[in-house]
Each structure stands twice: as C-alpha cells, then as structure tokens.
Design a protein. Structure first.
Length: 297
C-alpha cells in the first residue's frame, strides 16, 4: 500500500494549496493555482468532503505515501472481492455481505495499525532526540542547528519530521511554528510537551537544555512502565483474542465438516437474527476486555 515519495509530496502540496495545511496562507497565489491545476478533479472533489478530508489527514499521520483516491479504490476493491469470492463459494447473500464488510474494513485497520506503529516508534526514538538537542545546546550550537542535527542523524519517523521542520524554517517560517506544525503530522503528547516548552522558553527564557533532559527522562520512565504493564496484561490480552476467535473458528469448522448442520441458522429469519445478536455481543465483549487491559500512562 505504498506509493512513491513524489506521490506523498504531491498529496501534501495539494492539502496545503486547498487550505488544509498550516502554511497555506503564506503560499503565493500563483503557486497554489499551479498545484490545484495539476490536482486531478476527482482528488479535489474528495478533499472538499469533510469526512474524506479527515481521512486524508489520517493517511498522512499513518506515514503511508498512498494518495487518497488510491486508498479509497483499494477499500472498494477489497469489499467487492470479499463479497464476490464468498458469494461464489457459499451462495449466501448475507454471509457474502458480511465478508464484504469485513474485507472493506481491512485497509482502515491497516492504516490504524501503521499509525500506532509510527507513534510507538516515535515515542521510543524521541528521548534520544531530546538528549541530542540538549547536548548540542550545551556545546554552544543554536537551536536550529540542533534541529538539523536530529533531522540528519536520527532515523524515521523522528528524523524525517525534524528534517521537515528544519527545511520549513529555511523557507521562511519561524522555527517554533514549524515545530508546532509537527503536531499535525503525528499524534504525540510528548511532542506537544516539547513544542510547548520551546514556545515558553522563547518567550521567557531559561535553561532549555535542562528542561529537555528532564522531559527525556520522564519519557524513558513512561516507556519502562508501559513495557512492564504489557507483560502483566499479556494473559488478559491473549484471553480476549482466544474468546473472540473461538466462535468464528468453530462456526466455519462446523460448516466445513457438516455443511447442512447450520442451515437452520442461515436460512431462517430467527436464526439470522440470533447470529447477528451473537456477533454484536462478541464484539462488545472483546471491546470490554480491551478496555479493561488498556491502561493508559
């Protein structure tokens, strides 16, 4: 589900030109007009729909370089493929609709997975980046030079985001504005603490290097506690996965071993109602278990 970096850049430029980026007001009108002229009409139409435009922002936060229209085509293709394949093998319209809906949601789950993976990796890298900035400031370098150092030396996603911030300030934006823009590209409480501390230090001064060291130590302690909690809640998570998967596995095994055994459920209105209620209760139970074991720090 990845596209070329050029496609990712074009998508970001289109979002800025359409007023969805933080630098759209500072972009010259002729540049915006050229970007919008090269944007396909269908892409412009999608970005004018409120929910779809938010989906484009979620794509950006997930780190996927695929365009919005391509992502929607993949979603539709997955849904149609699931419906068609299941209909060919089962000849059951209701089961085929369920399969289509399940496969329809797969790209969204993948996007959410990549977003969480990117945020976790950012959190793990961020303390080292803060320490690097702190040491650079103590050795006499400027704050912008420290940002450039992080963008050059640290791998993605931290390095990529900070390199973007440094490049933006080279184009005329204030460094604090470019750092605040990073909050639109990744959902991280630690990054918001950093940008807030940077704004306060710019206004009132102080020992910024010491603040960064304390913030880095706090993040490291939080990561340590989160890993310990993950170990202690492993049994609960495994229980939730097994309880959620067991009815589905048993249903398909029974249908494969004894095809006529479940006809009453599939061909009767009351049976289909019972299946729907059971599926809803199964999902609710799984979400409750996830909520219990999901301890936020």
């Amino acid at each position: 589900m990845k596209d070329s970096p050029k496609a990712h850049l074009r998508r970001r430029l289109r979002r800025v030109a359409m007023g969805k980026g933080s630098t759209s007001e500072s972009m010259p009108q002729d540049v915006r007009a050229d970007i919008l002229k090269e944007t396909p009409p269908f892409e412009r139409f999608l970005n004018n729909i409120p929910y779809i435009s938010r989906l484009d922002s979620r794509l950006d936060r997930s780190g996927l370089t695929i365009t919005l229209s391509s992502f929607l085509l993949i979603v539709i293709a997955c849904g149609l493929a699931g419906f068609t394949i299941c209909l060919i093998f089962t000849r059951n319209i209701y089961l085929s609709l369920a399969a289509g809906i399940v496969l329809l949601s797969v790209p969204f789950f993948y996007m959410g997975y990549k977003k969480r993976e990117r945020e976790v990796k950012f959190t793990e890298q961020f303390p080292d980046a803060l320490t690097m900035i702190s040491r650079s400031l103590r050795s006499g370098h400027s704050f912008t030079s420290a940002i450039e150092l992080v963008g050059t030396e640290v791998s993605a996603p931290v390095g990529t985001l900070f390199k973007t911030a440094y490049d933006q300030q080279l184009l005329g934006l204030r460094i604090n504005d470019t750092l605040n823009n990073l909050n639109n590209r990744i959902d991280s409480l630690d990054l918001r603490f950093f940008t807030t501390a940077s704004d306060i230090n710019r206004e009132v001064g102080g020992n910024f290097a010491e603040i960064l060291d304390k913030l880095a130590d706090t993040i490291r302690e939080r990561i340590k506690i989160r890993r310990q909690l993950k170990v202690h809640t492993a049994q609960g998570r495994m229980t939730g996965y097994i309880l959620a998967a067991m009815p589905i596995i048993v249903f398909f095994l029974m249908n494969f071993m004894m095809p006529g055994y479940q006809k009453t459920l599939l061909n009767n209105d009351m049976g289909r109602t019972i299946l729907i209620i059971a599926a809803v209760m199964q999902v609710v139970g799984f979400l409750v278990i996830r909520r219990i074991i999901n301890i936020r720090i």
